[in-house]
Design a binder for this molecule. Structure first.
Ligand code: HGY
Ligand code: MN
Ligand code: MN
Ligand code: MN
Length: 418
């Protein structure tokens, strides 16, 4: 009957790989930097240009586009029924050394699913939505996943808008400046389900030769900003024993977090990514240093242990070096498990399409970890060559770009009732 014919047609349904690759290349032109990557830090002019481009594509595909008060953009394709949409999406803001796939791939694959359904004249039972969330990276304004946190009610809008970033501006000011403070209220009504397609950004799938990652969870994330206050002094005249050298203490912390991760082992990772010295001059003992520590672990208890060890080390440094040390949390998320039956669906469709799969946690943060609080949610990974990301060399082979999008198509069609 009709249902069987539809189902057989749907399983034969495939995305248009060339069209998807074309959009990835076009979006990567916006904020392009040497080496084939792109730099579109959240709420910069480059981010605005990327947003404008994706909104144009959404409208060309017939989606009803809404912008909410934190700048999240959602394009909705009507279904036979009204009500909550089956949503896919990710982010299009990048870090300063961004590749062309991180975030962008999941959003553009979502648009490719829409284009494929449009071409096939298929109307789904439930509405379909493609979203990009504001400031997923958290590099300019912390915390990361800010847009999806506000979207799901986990972060009050006022707090998000008041957040001051690394260049001294606030989220609210910059949203207004790029004209993406939209009318749609937050928190939003929960989607019916959420699926995010993303490059792995780590080496597991690439090393193993596995084509699809079925992501079961996102690891815990702890970001802390540390300010060290010492005494500026003459680099030449001040005896070593009399120094209160904020720069040296910063170096001691960088060294400590590496050793801590090695000592704790397992999935523990630690990074000092951002650092500033004041007055940052060759012949002045720094009186102030500001740095960030990024600690992550799949296990919450071990992440708390790592945080406690860092705090204890800061106490020891205060005493030994007679400096003041203040800390400020920039982000703290416990590990998030995804919905088992959603993982099963992804695995089923990938296997049906003859793709190899493996289950794994996500080392990177994603908007899906916030959507998981309000609806059934899971993620699909495709391999990153050499596991490189947050680097212009980020690369995923075309056949994997297409494979991931075809799995996304199949899962969305099943969830939305195609
Ligand atoms: O930091 C992260 O995990 C992501 O890139 N926001
Ligand atoms: Mn990402
Ligand atoms: Mn990223
Ligand atoms: Mn290649």
């Amino acid at each position: 009957g009709e249902r069987e014919a539809e189902t057989s047609r749907n399983t034969a349904l495939r995305i248009n790989g060339a069209r998807l690759q074309q959009r990835i290349a076009q979006l990567a032109e916006i904020g392009a930097i040497d080496g084939g990557g792109c730099a579109r830090l959240a709420l910069t002019d480059a981010d605005r240009a990327g947003r404008d481009q994706v909104c144009d594509w959404m409208r060309e595909l017939g989606l009803a586009v809404t912008v909410d008060a934190i700048g999240n953009v959602v394009g909705v394709r009507a279904g036979r029924q009204s009500g909550a949409a089956v949503m896919t999406g990710s982010h299009i803001d990048t870090v300063r050394t961004g590749g062309r796939f991180d975030g962008n791939y999941g959003v553009l694959a979502g648009l490719e699913v829409i284009a494929t359904l449009n071409d096939a004249g298929i109307v789904t039972e439930h509405p379909l939505a493609v979203a990009f969330f504001t400031n997923e990276e958290g590099a300019r304004f912390a915390p990361d996943m800010m847009g999806s946190l506000v979207y799901t009610g986990a972060l009050p809008l006022g707090e998000a808008l008041a957040t001051r970033g690394i260049d001294g501006t606030t989220v609210g000011e910059e949203l207004q400046r790029i004209a993406y403070a939209g009318p749609a209220p937050v928190p939003a009504a929960a989607p019916r389900a959420f699926i995010e397609l993303h490059v792995e950004q780590g080496p597991v799938l690439d090393r193993e030769g596995t084509q699809i990652g079925v992501v079961e969870s996102v690891q815990g994330i702890s970001w802390t900003e540390i300010e060290i206050l010492g005494t500026s002094n003459h680099a030449g005249t001040t005896p070593m024993a009399l120094r209160r050298d904020a720069g040296w203490v910063a170096g001691a912390i960088i060294h400590f977090v590496r050793e801590l991760a090695q000592e704790l082992g397992g999935n523990q990772v630690a990074t000092v990514g951002r650092i500033e010295f004041f007055p940052n001059l060759v012949n002045v003992v720094p009186n102030r240093a500001v740095l960030t520590v990024d600690l992550r672990n799949t296990d919450e208890a071990r992440l708390q242990m790592a945080e406690a060890r860092l705090a204890a080390h800061l106490d020891a440094l205060r005493d030994a070096e007679k400096v003041d040390i203040a800390t400020r949390s920039l982000a703290r998320f416990a590990p998030v498990p995804f919905a088992a039956q959603m993982c099963d669906r992804i695995e089923h469709h990938a296997r049906t399409q003859g793709l190899s799969t493996r289950r794994m946690p996500s080392g990177a943060g994603h908007d899906a970890q916030m959507l998981a609080a309000v609806c059934p949610t899971a993620m699909i990974f495709v391999p990153s060559v050499d596991g490189v990301s947050h680097n212009v060399r980020e690369h995923t082979h075309p056949e994997h770009i297409e494979a991931g999008a075809n799995v996304l198509l199949a899962v969305l069609c099943e969830l939305a009732g195609a």
